[in-house]
Design a protein around this ligand. Structure first.
Ligand code: ISE
Length: 325
């Protein structure tokens, strides 16, 4: 039977999720959408039921599983409501705004005794990153020693300041680095450019790897995410951001997307299909769990505290419950 999905939040990311559910997902259909702006919800909903109050959508008998793409500050409380209802939820990153709230989600899921939460760290479904992980695990480049990450947006509003670039953008690099290396981050040092942009964040892992990340939210030229993994015997890196390159007027070039949606279009659709299969089978997939969501939010919070300190932050998290394997 087709899974009835409700999407909360129909802004840029939520609308893309509604499109993916309607056009690119097997075994599920869009049953409902919710947004405080009713017109925006209706436009994204394609004839599905429209709510303006998120808890009403979560409690509705018309909805079996929920995608959360509401503003970051609402994520934690909405995920908790889904767990209370026993409904599977795919929550956009971050899982919650604070480590304390993310931990509450973990505790609620453990108490419920069922894996209900997946966090939308979509890089885990992106072909270049999946390939890098496979090659690394096959030992092709030997023991990893350095992971260099670049995360650039063309331009962001002024309120997207230093701390927010950590809690909203750098969180992808934390999650991807933990997943790719299979390591935990144990320390971090931040170098900050004028008004917090760019940031250069260097982390060390419990397996003595170095993870360096440039976060540049106003780089001017396009959306550019790139990683290079350096091993003892070689390197692997993500390839160009587009499928084609041009040779025109003596120039060799390829175009950058404006934002993350075109760059990660396939990853978002693959993630949605994997999540729906998990909802149907009850078996978790390789996506980020509530525990991963908690660790990432907690590390981001500790790194934000280190932003203006010129010291090395020693990163700690709670003990991982056996429930998460
Ligand atoms: C943005 O807010 C996101 O959510 C994207 O996933 C991230 O890649 C981008 O850099 C952020 O600006």
């Amino acid at each position: 039977m087709s899974v009835a999905i409700g999407v909360i939040g129909t802004g840029v990311m939520g609308s893309e999720h509604t499109r993916i559910v309607r056009e690119e997902t097997s075994g599920a259909h869009l049953a409902a959408v919710c947004d405080a702006d009713e017109g925006r919800a209706r436009a994204a909903g394609g004839g599905s039921k429209v709510f303006t109050e998120p808890f009403a959508l979560i409690n509705s008998d018309d909805v079996q599983a929920i995608v959360i793409a509401a503003p970051d500050a609402m994520h934690g409380s909405l995920v908790l409501a889904c767990i209370e209802q026993g409904k599977p939820v795919l929550c956009e990153k971050p899982l919650a705004l604070t480590a304390a709230e993310a931990l509450q989600v973990v505790e609620a899921e453990v108490a419920k005794g069922r894996r209900l939460v997946q966090v939308g760290y979509m890089r885990r479904f992106d072909a270049p990153y999946v390939e890098m992980k496979r090659l690394c695990e096959e030992g092709e480049i030997g023991k990893p020693v350095i992971l260099h990450n670049v995360h650039r947006n063309p331009v962001v509003p002024a309120w997207f300041s230093g701390p927010m670039s950590v809690t909203n953008a750098f969180v992808h690099e934390i999650d991807m680095s933990r997943w790719l290396l299979g390591s935990e981050m144990v320390s971090a040092r931040v170098h900050s450019g004028p008004v917090g942009d760019p940031l250069m964040i260097t982390m060390q892992t419990d397996q003595e790897e170095i993870v360096s990340t440039e976060i540049f939210m106003n780089c001017g030229y396009g959306y550019h995410v790139h990683s290079q993994l350096v091993g003892r015997n070689g390197t692997i890196e993500t390839a160009l951001p587009t499928a084609t390159v041009r040779n025109v007027s003596g120039q060799h070039s390829s175009a950058y997307p404006d934002n993350w949606i075109p760059r990660f279009r396939n990853a978002y659709a693959t993630q949605m299909n994997a999540w729906v299969r998990s909802v149907r089978s009850g078996e978790p997939n390789d996506g980020a769990s509530a525990w991963d969501g908690y660790v990432t939010t907690s590390l981001a919070e500790q790194i934000v505290a280190a932003l203006d300190t010129d010291t090395t932050a020693h990163l700690t998290v709670e003990l991982r419950p056996a429930f998460y394997g």
